[in-house]
Design a protein around this ligand. Structure first.
Ligand SMILES: Cc1cc2nc3c(=O)[nH]c(=O)nc-3n(C[C@H](O)[C@H](O)[C@H](O)COP(=O)(O)OP(=O)(O)OC[C@H]3O[C@@H](n4cnc5c(N)ncnc54)[C@H](O)[C@@H]3O)c2cc1C
Length: 545
């Protein structure tokens, strides 16, 4: 065992492993990349995280950089849950609900808690956490915060950041801070601290003041966006200040979250679901725009395209039997409303019906939960495509999360079809029509040099397309390693320089998840592509003590 592992083993209460099988297991995540860590740590508590960070900081002061990567369930599709130093695996021990306030619905949880387990617990209290990702059954809250995850309900409720009230964060040097919205007076106290925390507050405050003009360009005209660092709502006009938005979505590159205080919403399982079919993308876009323009927002506006349904019916002919039959429409929309009060839901339902009628769109309306479940299969059938192998070709997550302004949705989809046709690659589209944030995973065989070249060509053409439409490279899956080479193009060099300064303020030695988000080139990531892409790791690897 290395000296580093030995030191950690002596000082931590959680397990430390360097065995080949554990390191191999954590060498992949949900992305196309592979990096083998040197040491696997399963922190038992915040103190373990703190001591590990302190140790890597001390080594860095002496010139030795040991990267530290926080990891939840490792379902990240951008390659951000990988690193060649210490992998800190949270689900093993730091997986508890610390506190639940039944009056406010506010929950305090450790980062390693399984999202699905937390959701079930909240349901028993009549609450839920709305921005759950499609992977919620096997991913963690820490990962959702790390990525600022979103999902089918984001169109109404927002992304993970909108629910995080405060965080406990272990900084690069092992200091623990608590973030929340500070009053002007509290900020003044932080600015006066002689600790690393004080240094961080002073430097970020100055940076925000100095970069005001540059940051005016930060907000893209999209409804959701997780690319870069969120500098938009740290300092408000009233002088209040909150570092939370910076940590949410920072993928472990600014600090390691050891606890989160999370707001929740009233859970109403009594929903109304509409399914509508469209012969053209234009017609579907017109309905989406009208739905979004109404006062009451539906809780989901989801879509699948005809190609997706064709693929699913080829892979598993029984899956859609009795739900939707060929010939499949160009676009199928699923629109849901979940208003907690009966009166509000009736109002939203009426609005949705009116939109469909105005656009002369036929629709099915369903309130029976069993029949709704059947209809949701249309949208959730995407899982069959994601896990399907066509010979050695698999659905590869390389361009799976772009988002464009709503008004350019039809233009976007048409251009995506052209892109795939030109490159002779099969593709299907599904996702969050209400946010113009679509998922797509081309079928490629990464063991073939030719297909790897196609993958990088597709990435280049796709990301340039999204950016030319005024969009962002990621609506919810984040930059990671995959999209980091395009980050400067998303915002331009001046904003990128501000991001770079942010990274250096929090992580002066580069120990926090280096190679993620900042300072990454396409050549860097080409070397990391694995030849055997699978999602086999989507189960827990826990210490076998
Ligand atoms: C089939 C499939 C479907 C998906 N669908 C969605 C979707 O609908 N929406 C969506 O947003 N994402 C989706 N994802 C991506 C991913 O599953 C989610 O973002 C998920 O929330 C990540 O959680 P995790 O526990 O797997 O995190 P990990 O993959 O382990 O980590 C994710 C990031 O968070 C960081 N992190 C983890 N814990 C901490 C911590 N304690 N402190 C600081 N940083 C931390 C990691 O370093 C990494 O950068 C999908 C992935 C797959 C494979």
């Amino acid at each position: 065992m290395s000296k580093i592992a030995h030191y950690l083993q002596e000082h931590l209460t959680g397990e430390v492993m360097t065995g080949a099988d554990a390191r191999r297991y954590f060498a992949t995540d949900g992305s196309i990349f592979t990096i083998t860590p040197s040491v696997v740590v399963y922190p038992q508590n915040e103190n373990d995280v703190r001591k590990t960070a302190r140790f890597t900081w001390q080594l860095a002061e002496r010139g030795r950089i040991i990267p530290m990567t926080a990891r939840g369930a490792g379902t990240d599709q951008s390659g951000a849950a990988l690193g060649n130093g210490i992998i800190m695996v949270f689900p093993a021990h730091m997986n508890r609900i610390v506190e639940y306030d039944s009056k406010t619905g506010v929950v305090v949880a450790e980062p390693g808690i399984n999202y699905g387990r937390l959701q079930q617990t909240l349901h028993t209290h009549g609450r839920f956490l709305p921005p759950f990702p499609a992977s919620y059954e096997y991913s963690t809250i820490g990962g959702a915060i790390g990525n600022n995850a979103g999902g089918e309900k984001t169109v109404k409720y927002g992304s993970t950041l909108d629910f995080i009230r405060s965080l406990r964060v272990v900084l690069a040097n092992g200091e623990v801070i608590e973030t929340y919205r500070l009053s002007k007076k509290e900020l003044g106290k932080k600015l006066g601290l002689s600790t690393f925390e004080g240094e961080v507050y002073r430097a970020i405050d100055t940076l925000l003041e100095d970069s005001k003009t540059v940051l005016e360009d930060l907000n893209l005209a999209v409804t959701k966006n997780v690319a870069g660092y969120d500098l938009y709502d740290i300092k408000r006009k009233d002088g209040t200040f909150d570092l939370t938005p910076l940590f949410v979505g920072s993928q472990g590159t600014l600090g390691i979250i050891s606890e989160a205080t999370i707001e929740t919403e009233i859970y109403n399982p009594q929903t109304t679901l509409f399914v509508a079919k469209f012969a053209t993308i234009e017609d579907a876009q017109a309905v989406v725009m009208s739905l979004r323009a109404k006062g009451n927002m539906p809780s989901a506006i989801e879509m699948v395209d005809g190609k997706m349904l064709e693929m699913v019916s080829t892979i598993n002919p029984n899956q859609l039997k009795g739900v939707i039959e060929a010939p499949f429409p160009a676009v199928t929309l699923l629109v849901e409303c979940d208003d907690a009060s009966e009166r509000d839901q009736k109002k939203t339902v009426k609005q949705i019906r009116k939109v469909f009628e105005q656009h002369k769109t036929g629709f099915v309306e369903e309130t029976d939960p069993k029949l709704q479940e059947k209809l949701w299969k249309i949208r959730h059938a995407s899982a069959a495509v994601v896990s399907h192998a066509n010979g050695n070709k698999k659905a590869i997550p390389i361009i799976e999360d772009g988002v464009v302004p709503l008004a350019r949705f039809q233009e976007y989809i048409t251009a995506v079809y052209e892109l795939f046709e030109k490159n002779h690659v099969d593709v299907a589209l599904w996702g969050h029509a209400g946010d113009a944030n679509l998922h797509m995973q081309p079928f490629l065989d990464l063991s073939q040099v030719g297909d790897r070249q196609v993958a990088f060509r597709l990435m280049d053409e796709y990301y340039n397309l999204v950016l030319s439409l005024g969009g962002s490279t990621s609506g919810e899956h984040n930059d990671g390693r995959l999209r980091a080479p395009y980050l400067e193009k998303v915002y331009g060099p001046a904003v990128y320089e501000v991001f770079d300064k942010v990274k250096k303020i929090f992580d002066p030695y580069g120990t926090l998840n280096p190679g993620v988000k900042m300072g990454v080139s396409l050549d860097d990531i080409k070397q990391l592509v694995r030849t055997d892409f699978t999602l086999d790791h989507l189960y827990d690897h826990l210490p076998r003590s």
